[in-house]
Design a protein around this ligand. Structure first.
Ligand code: TPP
Ligand code: MG
Length: 895
């Protein structure tokens, strides 16, 4: 039966009841708040039992500013002057892109993103972003990549960039300097702090950088002296899974040193982000659900008066009802059209809105263009404790670009403005250039002693200097000598171990090293046991910002699961993106925090490059140091696991990252040599490189490191990519060279024994890096090409093989394309074996037969090569084929 009640009175009664509870305890008292919450929770439980769900109601707040007028702080700056400065920056940012268009270079650029973000960035630069100093940890500022022209335009006023650099935006190779399109530390290492151009990645990078700062503090490597990460992203960008995928961790870790600002201009590249919904409300639900502090900046001060008069909540109701598609349309429609659509036939709303004329309605601003609203939000964010903050800022895309761009679906790509548009914009922004200069989109730089520049410089001085700024003030580290890894260079004394176990020994020794031990950061994505690293749990400890507040189930055992506040291992759970972001944070701490930590991130090799390849690319951009370790490597070594897990291509993918050195070692001592040298090159010699090393889980006896000779320097060979591991004992007419890498070396050694039976002598070469050999060969060839008048240089591979004769067979647990790139520098009858094709679930032995890289196949291939060279007869080859069980009609694995 429907009861007729006055809804408003009923609502008021409930509100009064809650107010009474709070009053009873006194305003702001915790006890009152707790009781009120308890009652509401009971009501919610009751409704849930009755089948009424409240998710939206509990996760969303009304569509209005989180910070009300009554709690809005006073503005500490000069808004009029800040607006003048912002206008000059807006103009110069636009001019930078327009000049590129005008001069016909076709290099492009974006205006609309910065136009929507200018005010929020200026609030940050004038009042919040603080540099690193002796007393302060320093802020990291990450802007939306497409807003870069605005940051350059500010740096131009600050005198940090030259006019010619600004003129050459997106022309990095120009003689008088230029600027890269987006934030790339690699291209501008004194300027940009983190790369943001691949959308979505800056959020996890920022979250894990904030976490890493806490890690450093908890481990006593960094003083607890503040430092925030401020990251600006787009609302369209928030659709990237990496953005919402990693926010839970930030709240779990209480990262109040992190502020994420989402520029909600309601548009992405093609059109609206959520035309049929509301992106701000959607994001609010996600972030509140993840326990973030959420601050919404939706409306400007012009709405405050209207809200004050909205006693019946009609205005609020209308705001809830309108969707983003409507709001975007309001940004392009006339005042009258907006009024008609907004008010409809609602008399009450009509009366409320009648205090504004049509022009006032058209000009009414969004919160993201209001200094005071933004300042309040930034201030609350910077003071919030115990949680990360997200600020959802509503703006207009292309704000101030005029009515052919502002709010239009085409705004993102607009890089050209007509003369009339230029003149109108310059006039509105108050740019004192003459007509010709404006049409030419020339830069305007106020005089050094102008009010504007004095204010701008003074504000930055108060905040410790200019930002963004990247500086490397970290200490140089001394790499240990090879003697630290004696147990590996001496061999395993016949005991079968894997290269993964060898690596764990290297890591344990490094962790114990007095000088660099504390800088080592082991990182795992829930795979420590897979790689036999659980031995490190009790000694190094697993980092936990709150220590271990429970008794671990294995407390009584030696290898118990020990979490601790000063724990050294970063256990990132099943999140390769997060673990990579931690690698990035640790590998770049030398620049972002001034502390030279050395990350070792070990993961399933197949879940590296193909899963988080873009993050690895960003690490290259950010001049990240450290070691990536692809465990359970190889298409055939990881037996049983099958198609999704067996990696036979990550080495090839690694070769595409220009400053990454990748190795595929076979023996324990090789692992030790490579890592020792890597520390020396990255942390002593300060080279901008990082490493990828593939490690296997196949156990075999690890030999001692062979002694070097004049023509066979083992350490040099390991690092450059090849050395002779074993010379043939006897000389036969039939001579082959077998190249082996990784644990396929064990098949190569078995193949040698088989070949002996066929009177074939084999030299065994360990190829630790086809990628390094290829890099050296192409670089040498290039040098020769450019220096025709000089004596030709020989690539390392040719130097090593210059006195050799015989047939070459190159085998690895990777695709054939990896060694094949070297064939041009080898004799023409060299043969490559590899593991092209999908993996499958089988034993190691069966897999090697399937992929035709087993000892039998290697031996057969050598014999077949000798047959082609006419060193053996067809009948002999056919007999060997039968003896070795080679089936010529077998399935082709490469399909
Ligand atoms: C991973 C990735 N995908 C696509 C792009 C191309 N892209 C650059 S900007 C953009 C739209 C951005 O929209 P939004 O995040 O809302 O930012 P806005 O410019 O609106 O502030 C796209 C698709 C990119 N840079 N990175
Ligand atoms: Mg957008």
């Amino acid at each position: 039966m429907t009861k007729h009640v006055n809804v408003d009175i009923e609502k008021q009664e409930w509100l009064d009841a809650i107010a009474d509870i709070l009053d009873e305890y006194g305003k702001g008292e915790e006890a009152g708040k707790l009781r009120a919450k308890d009652i509401l929770r009971s009501l919610q439980d009751y409704l849930l039992k009755e089948g009424v769900s409240l998710e939206e109601a509990t996760l969303n707040t009304p569509y209005r500013n989180t910070i009300g007028l009554d709690t809005q702080p006073a503005y500490p700056g000069n808004i009029e002057l800040e607006t003048r400065i912002e206008n000059v920056i807006r103009w110069n940012a636009m001019a930078m892109v327009l000049q590129g268009y005008d001069n016909g270079s076709g290099v492009g650029g974006h205006i609309a993103t910065y136009a929507s973000a200018a005010t929020m960035l200026e609030i940050g630069f004038n009042h919040f972003f603080q540099n690193r100093s002796q007393h302060y940890g320093g802020d990291i500022v990450n802007v939306q990549a497409h807003a870069a022209p605005g940051v350059y335009a500010r740096a131009l006023l600050e005198g940090r960039l030259s006019l010619s650099q600004a003129k050459n935006f997106r022309r990095e190779l120009q003689a008088d300097g230029g600027l890269c399109s987006y934030p790339h530390p690699r291209r501008m290492p004194d300027f940009w702090q983190m790369p943001t151009a691949s959308m979505g990645l800056s959020t996890p990078s920022s979250i894990y950088t904030a976490k890493f700062a806490r890690y450093l503090e908890n481990r006593g490597l960094k003083p607890n002296n503040g430092g925030k990460v401020w990251t600006f992203i787009g609302d369209g960008e928030s659709d990237e899974p990496e953005v919402l995928g990693t926010i839970n961790m930030a709240a779990r870790e209480n990262l109040d040193n992190l502020v994420l600002v989402v520029n909600c201009n309601l548009q992405r590249l093609d059109g609206p982000v959520r035309g049929n919904g509301k992106i701000i409300q959607e994001l609010e639900r996600s972030f509140r659900g993840a326990s973030w502090n959420v601050i919404k900046v939706i409306w400007s001060g012009e709405w405050d008066g209207l809200f004050a008069r909205d006693t019946q909540g009609r205005l609020q109701q209308r705001m809830e009802q309108a969707i983003d598609g409507d709001y975007q349309w309001y940004s392009v429609a006339s005042g009258k059209e907006v009024r008609d659509h907004w008010v409809g036939d609602d008399q009450e709303l009509n009366t409320l809105m009648s205090s504004l004329n049509d022009e006032e309605i058209r000009c009414i601003r969004r919160g993201g263009h209001d200094h005071k609203k933004l300042y309040s939000a930034f201030k609350q964010a910077s003071e919030t404790q115990g949680k990360p903050t997200v600020i959802l800022v509503k703006t207009i895309k292309g704000y101030g670009m005029g009515n052919t761009a502002e709010g239009h679906n085409t705004a993102h790509q607009k890089k050209q403005l007509s003369d009339t548009e230029r003149l109108t914009i310059a006039k509105r922004l108050g740019i004192p250039l003459d007509e010709e200069q404006i049409k030419n989109a020339e830069f305007y730089i106020p005089k050094q002693n102008s009010e504007e520049l004095e204010y701008l410089n003074a504000q930055r001085k108060k905040l410790g200097g200019y930002l963004p700024e990247r500086k490397d003030e970290s200490q140089v580290l001394e790499a240990p000598t090879l003697s630290l890894f004696k147990s590996l260079t001496d061999g395993s004394n016949g005991r079968a171990i894997s290269t993964t176990m060898a690596f764990v020994r290297v890591l344990s020794n490094l962790l114990k090293d007095k000088k660099i031990g504390k800088y080592i950061v082991p990182i795992v994505p829930d795979e420590a046991r897979t790689f036999g690293m659980e031995g490190l749990f009790p000694s190094a400890g697993i980092y936990s910002h709150c220590g271990q507040t429970y008794q671990p189930v294995d407390a009584g055992q030696i290898l118990h699961y020990k979490e601790s506040k000063s724990g050294q291992i970063l256990q990132e759970g099943i999140c390769e993106t997060g673990a990579m972001a931690s690698f990035m944070a640790a590998g770049t701490a030398y620049a972002t925090q001034g502390i030279p930590t050395i990350p070792f991130y070990i993961f399933y090799s197949i879940f590296g490059f193909q899963r988080v390849g873009d993050m690895i690319w960003a690490c290259g951009d950010m001049l990240c140091k450290g070691f990536l370790l692809g465990g359970t490597a190889g298409r055939t070594t990881l037996n049983g696991e099958g198609l999704q897990h067996q990696d036979g291509h990550s080495q090839l993918m690694a070769s595409t990252v220009p400053n990454l050195l990748s190795y595929d070692p076979a023996f324990a001592y090789e692992v030790a040599v490579i890592i020792r040298d890597g520390i020396d090159r990255m942390y002593k010699k300060q080279e901008a490189i990082f490493y990828y090393i593939t490690l296997y889980n196949e156990n075999y006896p690890m030999p001692p490191m062979p002694k070097s000779s004049d023509e066979n320097n083992i350490e040099e060979g390991i690092l450059k990519g090849i050395y002779c591991y074993q010379r043939a004992e006897a000389t036969h007419n039939n001579k082959v060279h077998l190249f082996g890498s990784g644990s396929i070396m064990s098949e190569v050694l078995k193949a040698d024994l088989i070949l002996k039976k066929y009177s074939v002598a084999a030299d065994i070469w360990s190829v630790t890096s086809y990628n390094e050999l290829y890099r050296d060969a192409t670089n040498t060839e290039r040098w020769n090409r450019l220096h025709p008048d000089k004596k030709e240089q020989k690539p390392y591979i040719q130097q090593r093989l210059k006195d050799e004769t015989g047939l070459y067979v190159l085998t690895s647990d990777y695709v054939k394309a990896l060694p094949q790139r070297l064939l041009q520098w080898l004799p023409k009858d060299a043969i490559v074996l590899g593991t092209d094709g999908y993996g499958l679930s089988e034993s190691r032995e069966a897999l090697r037969e399937h992929f035709e890289v087993s000892a039998q196949y290697i031996a057969y291939t050598a014999l077949q090569g000798l047959y082609k060279q006419k060193h053996i007869k067809l009948a002999a080859l056919q007999q060997a084929m039968e003896e070795l069980g080679i089936n010529s009609e077998k399935d082709n694995p490469y399909c």
